[in-house]
Design a protein around this ligand. Structure first.
Ligand code: CA2
Length: 149
């Protein structure tokens, strides 16, 4: 099966290095390791990437159409601003999960709206690094069900 793309947006390269009270102490490398370990138990391959550039994330979502079986995306602050990511996810036409480490609904009002949510299969937030694990499990269920159907 094609890999699942796990895409990470702006500032997530700073994870574990700043604001541990909000985002925890795990680094992005730790998140990647946790994703790879969990994906291996599910029999999934993971292609894990981070970019601070909206256009690069758009390009990766376009590539996913041909190269990936599904997408887990933590678009960071672009979640709350990006029509371009919304359009790209719609066009990708793949199972996709929007992921957040924090519970964005417990935070500032500007984080309550997501441009991505209407373009993805589902949203997982508030479980720290486990949000990524839950997203991979959700994608695995969808992909297994699609194979049977
Ligand atoms: O909770 C999440 O995963 C977020 O997507 C994280 C974004 C934030 O803008 C979203 O509203 C929710 C922020 C990315 C991480 O930013 C950091 C900034 C400083 C230090 C560490 C991480």
């Amino acid at each position: 099966m094609k890999p699942v793309f796990v895409l990470n947006g702006p500032n997530l390269n700073l994870l574990g290095l700043r604001e541990p009270a909000v985002y925890g102490t795990a680094t992005l490398k730790d998140v990647e390791r946790r994703c790879r370990d969990h994906a291996a138990t599910l029999g999934l391959d993971v292609d894990f990437r981070q970019s601070n550039h909206e256009g690069e994330l758009v390009t990766w979502i376009h590539a996913a159409r041909e190269q990936a079986s599904g997408i887990a995306i933590n678009a960071g602050a672009y979640t709350h601003t990006s029509v371009a990511l919304h359009d790209a996810l719609k066009a990708a036409d793949l199972p996709a999960v929007e992921v957040h480490l924090s519970n964005v609904h417990k935070r500032e009002a500007f984080r309550h709206h997501s441009f991505l949510a209407p373009a993805v299969t589902g949203v997982i937030c508030g479980f720290g690094v486990e949000s990524y694990v839950l997203a991979l499990t959700a994608l695995h269920s969808i992909l297994s069900a699609n194979k049977k159907g």
